[in-house]
Design a protein around this ligand. Structure first.
Ligand code: NAP
Length: 312
């Protein structure tokens, strides 16, 4: 059991966590980053990022996170490939516990645990997870080369997944519950220009169809609930938004009705002094890598100033 009192612990390793680590290490806070279950965060699943400044040719989500992580390491941040399973924010210094039962003591904590893909909640979706149902085209698209697949959702994530899959698959059905896409205009235009993407407007998934070999199709119902139809596909990619990763903080911090960490005004201060939040875990609105990175910088600055006033 470690008794060292760390100045700053960062939980989570997406754009916000690693950016907080750059700022915190440059400020001499000797941060330790706990990368969590998905090092680099959700963005590592995005094939191509074209809207992060500084990359005129675009970059993969994985490549972007590798670059930000390297920058944090360059200034001395320590990165541990561990998950924080438990926190006690009731007294200072704070006590955190890793999944293997080790305690970590921290004067301050920056939470940047991000968000995870939302599922439809269908029994058949659970049954065929890993057997044709996925939330990551970059990870699993390869298995559906020259096959037909469906993508559920009409936001930027669903459209990016559909675009990626259209380069690999024979046909991509994009199942959209309204008669408009939520995705940004530039992405919509790309979708409309792809010949092998068919948008199934105003339909919702009712059941994922399959057998022992995995997914064989998807049954959709019109949004008015009038008629169903079956579409033959071998893969179904669910891309209907995110839920914040805040289970471990329930009862420790103020969360809003959707589970996002509540931060004060424009700052990264949470309801507990000395605990800061950055990135998608506290942002139900923008959810962009660049915004998350900026909020990671803010959290590290807030943290540094707070530590100066509260040396403990
Ligand atoms: P989102 O913008 O919330 O879109 C979710 C989509 O799923 C919407 O089309 C929604 O339909 C649909 N949906 C939700 N629940 C559904 C259900 N039960 N059944 C069927 N459809 C359902 O989520 P997102 O696409 O994951 O994007 C999240 C944020 O990340 C956004 O701010 C987005 O701009 C950002 N993002 C950006 C990029 C990029 O810039 N490269 C890439 C990915 C994501 P309705 O429209 O009817 O609600």
């Amino acid at each position: 059991m470690s008794t060292k009192i760390n100045k700053c612990v960062i939980i989570g390793s997406g754009p916000s966590g690693y950016t907080a680590a750059i700022y915190a290490s440059r400020a001499g806070l000797e941060p330790i980053v706990f990368e969590g279950n998905a090092p680099g965060g959700q963005i590592t699943m995005t094939e191509q990022i074209d809207n992060f400044p500084g990359y005129p040719e675009g970059i993969s989500g994985f490549g972007l996170m590798e670059d930000i992580k390297k920058q944090a390491l360059r200034f001395g941040a320590e990165v541990r490939n561990k998950v924080i399973k438990k926190v006690d924010f009731s007294k200072r210094p704070f006590v955190l516990e890793t999944e293997d039962g080790n305690e970590v003591i921290a004067k301050s904590v920056i939470i940047s645990t991000g968000a995870s893909a939302r599922w439809l909640g269908l029994e058949s979706e659970r049954k065929f997870r890993g057997m044709g149902v996925s939330t990551c085209a970059t990870c699993d698209g390869f298995f559906y080369r020259k096959k037909d697949v469906a993508v559920i959702g009409g936001g930027d994530t669903a459209c990016s997944e559909a675009l990626y899959l259209s380069g690999l698959c024979n046909k991509v059905y994009l199942i959209v519950r309204r008669d408009v896409l939520r995705a940004t205009k530039a992405v919509q235009e790309q979708i409309f220009s792809r010949e092998n993407i068919e948008i199934v407007w105003k339909h919702k998934p009712l059941e994922i169809l399959g057998d022992d070999s995995g997914v064989t199709g998807i049954r959709v119902i019109s949004s008015e609930g009038e008629a169903t139809k079956d579409i033959d596909v071998m893969g179904v990619f669910v891309a209907i938004g995110n839920i914040p990763n805040t289970d471990v903080f329930k009862g420790q911090l103020e969360l809003n009705e959707n589970g996002y960490i509540v931060t004060k005004g424009h700052s990264s201060y949470t309801s507990v002094d000395g605990v800061f939040a950055a990135g998608d875990v506290q942002d139900p609105t923008y959810k962009q890598a660049i915004v998350a990175a900026g909020s990671g910088a803010k959290a590290a600055i807030d943290c540094e100033r707070w530590l100066m006033e509260n040396p403990l």
